[in-house]
Structures are given as C-alpha cells and as structure tokens.
Design a binder for this molecule. Structure first.
Ligand code: ATP
Ligand code: MG
Length: 414
C-alpha cells in the first residue's frame, strides 16, 4: 500500500500546524516590510544548472541532496533546495540589476533528499531575506537585525544564540585555506574519510564536520580571525560594533563556515538547544561573488534563510484568538433563518460555525469542540416572537435578543 503513504520525509500540514506555519510567515513578512523588504516568489523548479553553478560542486546539497529529474522535453530540472539561487537567477534574467539595491522577502517549500528526522524533512519550508547590491557592512547588520526582530516578534529570541563568524575576502580566504590544509594534512590519518575527501576539494567544510574524531582535530585548527587581511578585519569589526550598538548579542564561533561555496565575510546562524540536533533556525551570510558566478554583473549581496518547521516548533503554541459564533437552528423550520444569520455575521467579519446535522445537544457539543464563544439558538418558538436565545459558552448565561438587533449585538461583542 506504499502508494497510499506520504512520501518519506514529506508531511501533511493539518490545521494546527498550518496555523503555526502561517503565523511564522505572516510575522516574518510583516516585520520584513518594516525594513522595506518586499515579497517575491520564484518558481519551485529551475534548470539544474542554476543550483549546480551557485551552490558549488562540493556542497552537500549538490552532491547528495537535490531532487533532479528530466522533464518530458528532456530538460534537466531540479526542485529548489534553497531560495537564493532562484532569486539571483531572477535578478539576472529579469534585468533587475538596474534597480539595485533590492530588498526581497520570500517564503515557500524547499526540497532536499536528506535523512528525515525531527526538524529535518525532504519537503520543508523556509522564509528568506535577501539584500542585493549593498557592499557595506551595514547590509550584514541589517539582515541580521531583521532576523533578530522576527525571532523577537515570534517570542523566541531569548531561546536562540546568534553565532557569528567571518570568512573574509578572497585573499584572506586563500591565506587561511593554505594554513588549514597544512594543519589538517598533518592529521590526515585521524580524519574521517569524508573529511579527507573534503580536504582536497573544499577544506573549509572540514570545520563543520559532525564526526567526533574530526571535531577533536578541528578544535586545535588555525582560526580564521588570525588570517584576515586588514580590510576584511575592518569590515568584520564594523559589523560587530554596529550589532552591539543595536543591542544584538552574538557569540563568535570560528566553526561556522556554512555549507555552500559562495559565502564571504560575515556568516551567521541563529541556533537553539531546544530542538535537539537540528539546532539552526536561521542561517545566512554574505555572498558577493554569486551573481558573477552565474554570469551576471558583480552584485554584493547578503541574506539568510530560516526553517519554518523549526521556528514553528520553537514558538510557543498560541491558541488562535479567532473564536466562532455557533448558530444552531432547533428544528428544520429554523434552518433558513440560521443560514441567513450566518451569512450576515460572516459578511461582518465574524466567523460562524453552522452545523450540518444532529439534535440540539449534539450541536452544542460541536460548538464547544470548535471553541465557540457564544451559541445562538434559533427555534420555532423564538422565531415566532422574533427573538433568538444567546448562550455565553464560557459562563453559561443565557439571554434573549431581538432578531433585528442580533447582528449588531454580536459584532459589538467581538
Ligand atoms: P543543517 O545544518 O541543519 O542541515 P543547513 O545549513 O543545511 O542546515 P540552510 O541551507 O542554511 O541549512 O537552510 C537554512 C535553514 O533552513 C536551516 O537553518 C534550517 O532551519 C532549515 N532547514 C535546512 N534544511 C532543512 C530540512 N531538511 N528540514 C527542515 N528544515 C531545514
Ligand atoms: Mg543541511
């Protein structure tokens, strides 16, 4: 019966979880708008090249996580594993460079072939912030500030730590890379096979290996800060000083290198220890070289992505405040009056639960189940006298209200 199961690593978002996701997205969107970030949406699939070229041949995503397929026309396509590449593609193919700087927000589903576990899925969702065309350290500061603001608005900032590192400019990276390769080369026999392979193709990645033996070696490895040239050091200095001016706390972590090849200067993660191994809720950095790699004009850019599933898990469950009014016709004759009342209330923006079947007590049970505030009972007797019975479901107090003032009365009680 495997065809009737959801595909491994995918999930149905039932109402409770959908609501939590929506809250994360709406909070993020509203907050981002305060900083001038406007929502965009790029396609869910792109030519495979778009991701291969941007994420780099040695990244985990490209080597083992992409959902790639050939369509009926023979095109090689990939379901997007992240948002940045598509946005950069749009910048170039849409000729948007003339409008720089640009501030984008987007949200949506991403796809990675990973081992599913709590907080890690094959179809998951991200919110995403990109600031394009700003080379100054203030750009790094702003995107981090937007992230902190969103976490605060969600009520989870206190559960997270901002971990910060710098990868410097190309020159600093080359110097550091040489020192790192030199150091790791001396411990080759103790490195995991995976790290040994990385050492040749992308030595920085060894720094974020999760292997225990690797971690012991990495602990004593040279750190980036010591290899920064003057301008890279000044850049990072400014980022940290401005963050402090904003009261945004951070912890320097030289092991944050990010998995992708395109980062430079500031890289960061907001992490938590409340979600087990899946501790990163927001991650990002500066990627000045990316647009050029894709064939566009050089475009200094910085941004981040946040995992909606992880943010939703972290956020306290907020019971939706929208409580409906239950409209309950007693007997078939009251059905039309109930329908009309429900329509009028909904047109006034009031949510209404109108049952389809069952006797009075069954409908009352249903009203309680959907957490209704008030039940409006419409019976033949009441209708004959042009009134309805209102029962406050929290206090149990019942009263009669004239039908022609009912809608105004319920609207006022909101
Ligand atoms: P991780 O180290 O957890 O694999 P990552 O570095 O691959 O994360 P990014 O590519 O930076 O993650 O994505 C940004 C955010 O998206 C992560 O911090 C995380 O919150 C979320 N995320 C990434 N992969 C998944 C996934 N498979 N399922 C759920 N959320 C994810
Ligand atoms: Mg990953």
């Amino acid at each position: 019966m495997s065809a009737l199961q959801p595909v491994r690593g995918t999930r149905d978002l039932l109402p409770d979880e959908s609501r939590r996701h929506r809250r994360v997205v709406e909070t993020a969107r509203k907050t981002a708008e305060l900083y001038g970030y406007e929502e965009v949406a790029t396609p869910i699939f792109e030519f495979t090249e778009v991701f291969k070229r941007t994420l780099g041949d040695t990244s985990d995503i490209v080597t083992k996580e992409m959902y790639t397929f050939e369509d009926r026309g023979g095109e090689q396509l990939t379901l997007r594993p992240e948002a940045t590449a598509g946005i950069m593609r749009a910048l170039i193919s849409g000729g948007l460079a003339q409008h720089l700087p640009l501030k984008f927000f987007c949200a949506g589903a991403m796809f990675r072939y990973e081992r599913p576990q709590k907080g890690r899925y094959r179809q998951f969702h991200q919110i995403d912030i990109e600031l394009l065309g700003v080379p100054e350290p203030l750009g790094d500061v702003e995107v981090i500030a937007v992230g902190a603001h969103i976490l605060e608005a969600l009520g989870v900032l206190g559960k997270t730590t901002l971990e910060l590192n710098t990868l410097g400019d190309a020159e600093s990276r080359a110097t550091y890379r040489a020192a790192l390769v030199d150091y790791l080369g001396k411990h080759l026999d103790k490195l995991s096979p995976e790290s040994r392979a990385r050492l040749e193709r992308n030595p920085l990645r060894v720094l974020d290996s999760k292997d225990e033996a690797d971690r012991r070696i990495v602990a004593a490895a040279p750190v980036f800060f010591d290899y920064l040239n003057e301008s890279s050091r000044a850049f990072f200095d400014k980022v940290t000083r401005r963050l402090s001016a904003l009261g945004i706390a951070y912890r320097l972590n030289p092991r944050i290198v990010r998995g992708l090849d395109y980062y430079c200067h500031t890289v960061f993660e907001f992490t938590t220890d409340e979600l087990g191994a899946q501790g990163a809720v927001i991650a990002g950095g500066r990627y000045d070289g990316l647009a050029e790699t894709m064939g566009g004009a050089p475009t200094a850019s910085v941004g981040w992505a946040g995992g909606i599933e992880r943010l939703a898990m972290l956020a306290d469950e907020m019971r939706e405040t929208l409580r409906p009014i239950a409209v309950i016709p007693v007997g078939e004759a009251a059905e039309s009056a109930a329908l009309v009342l429900a329509r009028d209330l909904r047109h006034r923006g009031i949510a209404v639960e109108l049952g389809f079947h069952g006797n009075l007590s069954r409908r009352m049970r249903r009203a309680n189940k959907v957490n209704a505030r008030i039940a409006v009972l419409l019976g033949d007797n009441e209708l004959g006298r042009k009134v309805a019975s209102l029962r406050d479901l929290d206090t149990g107090v019942q009263s009669e209200v004239a039908l022609d003032s009912l809608v105004d009365r319920l609207a006022a009680e909101r």
